[in-house]
Design a protein around this ligand. Structure first.
Ligand code: SF4
Length: 90
């Protein structure tokens, strides 16, 4: 599984991705970087591509490397994550 990508220019470290991720161990780790927190992908191999982190992130900092996004309609699984990522891949 390719896993999520975090744009650290957008990430404000509010931990929503960490909190919603169902993977165990968690795909994300929140690191304190002085004045700011940032989310890092530490276990991409655990990602099941559910898209919860993409929807939960308030700043739109997360995208999934959806390598088969173009093979399915944008509303497949009813997920905005699928639609957003598929469009970004084009
Ligand atoms: S897509 Fe799902 S499993 Fe993958 S990192 Fe995001 S919340 Fe975790």
């Amino acid at each position: 599984m390719p896993g999520p990508i975090v744009d650290h220019d957008k990430c404000n470290g509010d931990e929503e991705c960490f909190n919603v991720c169902p993977a165990d161990p968690n795909v994300f780790e929140i690191r304190d970087e002085g004045e700011n927190k940032k989310s890092y992908v530490v276990h991409p191999e655990e990602c099941i591509e559910c898209g919860l982190c993409v929807d939960a992130c308030p700043t739109g900092a997360i995208t999934l490397e959806w390598f088969w996004g173009d093979m399915f309609p944008s509303n497949w699984m009813g997920g905005r994550a699928v639609e957003g990522t598929a469009l970004e891949m084009r």
